[in-house]
Design a protein around this ligand. Structure first.
Ligand code: ATP
Length: 458
């Protein structure tokens, strides 16, 4: 398991992720995705969309706004109940999440009787901080935990001179609920069906230092799967969704099952409207952490939006004409957490090299093409011809700098599965050397067979 610092260093070195606004000294909890990172992010989103939307008859997509009507967030409960427990270092005024400090302390003191930090109220956290004499990471006294709002507030200036408060969305899910009626009115969907969307969400996170695992601005891929509780058994549906999430992570993203586990939320920890919630967790170097949550949210959200909007959000069964508010199961994942998991899981440190063992479908570039020497026009033009031809079916990287060994190392760190080298023999025998990333084996392949060779690869 690579350390987080090793992943951060590789990301910066090869252009996966950069600290945001670095020329201005950086900005905590904000990162930019470089040329390789943007490709990996795009491929994760494409795979998710293909698996959960395009390939299913019971799913449709949506792209709702980041700024929704402010009432949305009153209805959803975010305005009153979307907060983190904040404590402050009394000397440095540095802020921390009380639950995270408690978790860190408990990890260092494993002999302490088990405490489920997620279950604790603000008062209980304060009692434990006092009892265990927990200090800030700088060793100073802490203030009492208080609520810290996670929603980012902004103001709209639609009417000159007047401003009204609005929020950047804290999750994409509420846009699905507020469009429920328009979707059922405008499409042929029938229960059970799901609506999925991928988009940016924003949270005013206090905890720093978790790289892209926890940022202010992140991308979510959320699904609301609506069903009739009289026709579908929610326990069965929840199990099916758990299986689909597991399969996506292990099969599509190629992550090792031993680094994954399910954690069921306790009764106290679960949101009041949810009847059952599970987190799919990944074993990051900083502990088992939530990757993807799935919750049975009953009919709570649609009922709330019906109450706050005054609009009837009933679904009418086309067979029986029975009208009712559907129930919902919500699988919600952060694309950036999938990204960090994929890099962590594929990272391999060997004596001679570091490589990313990425599946073909995720590698930012599937093939790299090199002329053996950059100053031999006949090699360059042959290699360019191959590069252009392969580009119609694959993502291909061009490199003619430095010696071949260095170019291989570079591609290994990018996770490129295959390198193609055009040498002097290629001009005679119309064949090239293909080198595979994981085995480092080299094979001579005829140029005319290259495309079909790569198409056959798993
Ligand atoms: P955590 O307990 O880690 O703060 P959460 O329980 O608040 O997460 P949810 O509200 O369930 O998270 O959001 C759904 C998904 O969105 C999470 O499983 C996670 O993958 C992702 N996510 C949530 N907050 C962030 C963040 N600040 N940065 C990146 N991804 C996030």
């Amino acid at each position: 398991m690579p350390k987080l610092e090793e992943i951060v260093a590789l990301c910066k070195r090869r252009g996966f992720v950069y600290p945001s606004s670095e020329i201005y000294g950086g900005l905590a909890n904000a990162y930019d995705y470089g040329p390789l990172g943007v490709e990996l992010l795009r491929k994760i989103k494409e795979l998710w969309w293909k698996r959960f939307i395009s390939q299913r008859a019971d799913m449709v997509g949506l792209d709702s706004q980041i700024i929704l009507h402010p009432k949305t967030w009153e209805a959803s409960g975010h305005v009153t109940a979307f907060f983190d427990p904040l404590v402050e270092d009394k000397i440095s005024h540095q802020r921390y999440r009380a639950d995270h400090l408690l978790e860190a302390w408990l990890q260092k003191h494993p002999q302490t009787p088990a405490i489920v930090v997620e279950d604790l109220s603000l008062e209980e956290m304060q009692q434990l901080i006092k009892k265990f004499k927990i200090k800030s990471p700088q060793g100073n006294e802490l203030t009492e935990p208080k609520k810290f709002d996670l929603l980012f507030e902004t103001s709209l200036g639609i009417i000159a001179g007047q401003k009204s408060s609005a929020y950047l969305r804290g999750e994409t899910a509420q846009g699905i609920f507020s469009n429920f009626k328009q979707i059922t009115d405008s499409t042929r969907v029938k229960l059970p069906f799901g609506v999925g969307q991928i988009g940016k969400s924003f949270r005013n996170e206090i905890t720093t230092g978790q790289f892209v695992f926890r940022t202010f601005e992140f991308e979510q891929a959320e699904i609301e799967y609506f069903f009739d509780p009289e026709q579908s058994n929610w326990q069965k549906l929840l199990k099916t969704w758990q299986q689909q999430m597991w399969d996506f992570v292990t099969k599509d993203l190629g992550v090792r099952a031993e680094n994954l586990r399910w954690r069921r939320h306790t009764d106290k920890e679960r949101s009041h409207y949810s009847q059952d919630t599970y987190d799919l967790e990944y074993h990051f170097s900083f502990g088992w952490k939530e990757l993807w949550g799935v919750a049975y949210r009953t009919d709570y959200d649609l009922k709330q939006h019906q109450k706050f909007s005054g609009v009837n959000l009933n679904y009418k069964d086309p067979q029986t004409n029975r009208e009712f508010i559907p129930h919902v199961i919500e699988p919600a994942v952060g694309i950036n957490r999938l990204f960090l998991m994929i890099l962590t899981d594929s990272y391999r440190q060997e004596p001679e090299r570091i490589s990313l063992k990425l599946p073909q479908a995720l590698a930012p570039y599937q093939i790299a093409v090199f002329p053996l020497l950059a100053n031999k026009p006949e090699l360059v033009s042959k290699a360019k011809q191959i590069y252009t031809e392969l580009q119609s079916d694959f993502t291909v990287y061009w490199d003619d700098r430095g010696n071949i060994g260095k170019r291989y190392r570079y591609q290994d760190e990018m996770g490129t599965p295959f390198c193609v080298t055009v040498d002097f023999d290629s001009l005679e025998d119309q064949a090239v050397t293909v080198r595979e990333r994981d085995s480092m084996k080299q094979e001579r392949i005829a140029i005319s067979k290259l495309k079909s060779y790569f198409q056959k690869q798993p």
